[in-house]
Design a protein around this ligand. Structure first.
Ligand SMILES: [Zn+2]
Length: 91
């Protein structure tokens, strides 16, 4: 029996934001953690987001200083370059 349905990377990235804010349902969290266990790219993305939030102190563009926003965009740029991802999947 398949209790945990596989999700793709695009879906996982979308869930990660809510995951970090603690807004995921238990089922979605389990799906995401299942995906992260087998996907280095999304695991790296999660770590980057965690580091970014730790750096910025909190989430929410309107609360970010210019410096923090620059740092956040740098993280995204570096991450996409590392993956060779043109960024078409980004929200
Ligand atoms: Zn993935």
């Amino acid at each position: 029996m398949m209790l945990v349905k596989d999700i793709n990377c695009r879906h996982a990235v979308r869930l990660i934001g809510d995951y970090l804010e603690g807004k995921l349902s238990r089922r979605d969290r389990r799906r995401l953690e299942h995906h992260l266990a087998g996907c280095d790219a999304c695991g790296a993305y999660l770590e980057q987001m965690r580091a970014t939030i730790a750096l910025a102190g909190q989430v929410g563009p309107e609360d970010l200083s210019d410096d923090a926003l620059d740092a956040l965009l740098d993280v995204f740029d570096n991450f996409q370059r590392d993956r060779g991802d043109p960024g078409e999947d980004m929200p």
